[in-house]
Design a protein around this ligand. Sequence first.
Ligand code: NAP
Length: 461
Amino acid sequence: MNKNSSNIMALVPNTSNKRETVCIFGTGDFGRALGHKLIQAGYPVVFGSRSTQISSLIPKDAEVLSHAEAAQKAAIIIIAIQRQHYNFLTSLAEVLRGKVLVDISNNLKINQYPDSNAEYLAQLVPGTKVVKAFNTVSAWALQSGTLDASRQVFVCGDDIEAKQMVMDIVRALGLTPLDQGSLLAAQEIENYPLQLFPMWKFPILLSLGLTAFFFFYCLIRDVIYPYVYENKDVSFFIAISIPNQICPVLALILLALVYLPGVLAAIIQLYRGTKYRRFPDWLDKWMLCRKQLGLVALAFASLHVLFTLVIPIRSFVRWRISSQTVSQALNNKTEPLNTTKAWLSDSYLALGILGFFLFVLLGITSLPSVSNNVNWREFRFVQSKLGYLTLVLCTAHTLVYGGKWFLSPSSYRWYLPHSYMLSLIIPCIVLVVKFVLIFPCLDKPLTRIRQGWERNPQYSE
Ligand code: NAP
């Protein structure tokens, strides 16, 4: 009975523990927002400011003192001041000795200074323990409580105890500290808030470039060519027909580009006979944004589905069907059902539906909330095995759609092949090379290399 009750007691947080005073230098936007949050979490807060006059903006339970007086009251001092104003801290070196200084500053440009702000602070006030934290959280998010997107606080510092103290404060504020190691990591942490969708840049620029290319390609082939040679105005193709060609073409190419770097990496490893040499930078970067490439591909595939669903209600399509019916009635002749054509059309649709289903499954499993709940083997199974199956189905969907028609001379307008033919080049290369890599004579050495075996050990660094 006693044992049980002591266990229960151990699970109940000790709320009677008085929190240590936290000092904040600077009563600007961030200092005030953080002060407010700290007071809510039960920390006594004292501000160090150039002006000790209490303003209505400052949290009501906080004290405002001169920098020196405020620093004496706390073991942790959060420097909520821009880097360019740090100089005055040298005059406080004696008061600050042995204290934990939390650098929360950001810059205006990536790698603006040769050293990080936190390292600069550490060398400006020697004898202090500098910890980098909070720079990826905005004052607005702290104040409004909308911290869902930025609950993670990257923390780094050379003094483990000091880092621990700061991480305790981070946790007490309801945030999640992520230990990034020593103060050397500060430069990278300071660059985080300046990066604009770093992993999305390449996939988005690539898809914009490909969209522009295929738009003009289809425009020339499907709108300008009929106008020049047949005097037909089909400019309305720009609204649905051309986008419905571009979307599947891009979905297939981008999906293949998700798997191409893996195939290239395998060839490089086989050639080098080791996995211990770095891949070229471009390949490393390409591999890092495969998830984003896949999600952009999924977006194009979804658009293709939507564009395809509206085909029956298009005026042009309804006109074509009714004119075919009328011409059959006028000629008093019905066309017999072409079962080969029906087979091809149904297979093409079935392959598309299955391919899209797996595509969506891949997209869902790449979501952090799902991928966090599967182990590494399950994740690899879905992303690699099901991913290749998706690529096979989508490639087959395009091949069956084109069929013999791709090879007919009439499909080459101005010697330009149909865009679907172009879209098949990269997926077919990826699938053929992947198929070759499955052969035991290549698969076995590759598996050994990936397990650490080296053909020429002198290559390892
Ligand atoms: P701010 O509103 O401009 O406030 C900076 C404060 O620094 C001023 O209120 C002032 O406080 C003090 N100060 C200004 N000039 C000074 C000088 N010459 N000597 C000593 N102190 C001086 O800036 P903030 O937005 O609060 O940002 C503060 C720090 O937090 C910056 O390093 C910023 O990069 C970082 N940060 C801000 C955000 C954000 O959302 N705002 C997010 C992450 C990180 P007193 O008048 O009380 O002396």
